[in-house]
Ligand binder design. Structure first.
Ligand code: NAP
Length: 297
């Protein structure tokens, strides 16, 4: 017995968006984008596409052939996708990674909305800004490049990148010094000078996965390091909602912010780029609270 009503959400006119990556099963992007399209009444459907590395070029050609509206890019293709694009934003070029691609009349244009998702969620949650601030970034992977560049472009005075692999931190510092007016330096993650740097910093950003589920007792900073009330500590991790680092920051009177806002905002900004939708502050905060409940965070 067929127990169904007509489902007319998708018609012959519906545009297609998607997520390109591997794996994609864990992603909340389909729920996020389909919630936005339904809520805003935009006729577009978002689907996950799990693609093997040696099929990446064919997948991109296929997207062009079906005239896809645009797509998000996730692990492991955020860097590799650049060589298949017709153009990309200056920010994405400097970060060296693209997470959003829009199809403009057959030309694929790349953007990095992780950077804007990061900065805007920081500003909203902290009610502060990067302007004239001293920033300490822990880690030097893809997310660190986005966070460091955006902090610098938003007027940070100094950015210190501390990483286990010195060369990666140095590369980010070089990129910032060459392209912005912010002063950037790199240091070793275990450098004794880290305590002094932290004391001088206004904003501390953890971009390492230390403390992420299931390693919830991990913390990127030694136990003897403490925070003060002036510090804003932003952990890109959102599972658990309060990492050990954030617990310590809060206990010391600092402002503690998790990475859920970045996750939701980067998706909303990608939707805006691909569909041209108007995204108000109300939409951003409604999406954040909807998904905080959905993910029980
Ligand atoms: P990535 O490119 O793999 O970089 C990870 C960085 O962390 C590297 O610099 C690595 O150091 C460092 N690291 C890893 N394990 C370490 C350890 N045990 N001790 C010291 N350093 C360590 O990863 P990513 O893409 O930048 O992502 C980093 C984190 O941000 C992840 O937890 C990810 O889930 C989170 N993230 C969140 C959002 C969001 O929307 N909230 C978005 C993007 C990423 P080496 O260079 O020495 O290897």
């Amino acid at each position: 017995m067929l127990k169904a009503e007509i489902d007319a959400r998708v018609s012959g006119k519906t545009k297609v968006m998607g997520l390109l990556g591997n794996p994609v099963e864990h992603s909340i992007s389909p729920q996020l984008h389909n919630t936005l399209s339904r809520g805003l009444g935009i006729d577009v459907i978002y689907l996950p596409f799990k693609v093997e590395r040696d099929s990446l070029e064919a997948a991109v050609e296929g997207f062009k052939a079906i005239n896809i509206a645009g797509f998000n890019v996730t692990i492991p293709f955020k860097e590799e996708i650049l060589r298949f694009l017709d153009d990309c934003s200056e920010e994405a070029k400097l970060i060296g990674a693209v997470n959003t691609v829009v199809n403009r009349s057959g030309k694929l244009i790349g953007y990095n909305t992780d950077a804007k998702g990061f900065s805007r969620s920081f500003e909203d949650a902290s009610k502060s800004s990067f302007y004239n601030k001293n920033i300490l970034i822990l880690g030097a992977g893809g997310a660190a490049r986005a966070a460091a560049l955006k902090s610098a472009l938003k007027g940070a005075d100094t950015v210190v990148i501390a990483n286990r692999t010195a060369k990666k931190a140095l590369d980010i510092a070089d990129m910032i010094n060459k392209n912005t007016s912010c002063k950037a330096v790199s240091m070793d993650f275990n450098d004794a000078g880290l305590v002094k740097t932290l004391d001088k910093s206004d904003i501390i950003i953890n971009t390492t996965p230390i403390g992420m589920h299931p390693d919830i007792h991990g913390c990127p900073l030694h136990d003897e390091i403490s925070f003060s009330k002036k510090h804003i500590v932003y952990d890109l991790i959102y599972n658990p909602s309060e990492t050990k680092l954030l617990k310590r920051a809060r206990a010391d009177g600092a402002t503690a912010i998790n990475g859920l806002g970045m996750l939701i905002y980067q998706g909303v900004f990608a939707f805006k780029i691909i569909t041209g939708a108007n995204i108000s502050n109300d939409i951003l905060s409604a999406m954040l609270s909807l998904f905080s409940n959905y993910l029980s965070i």
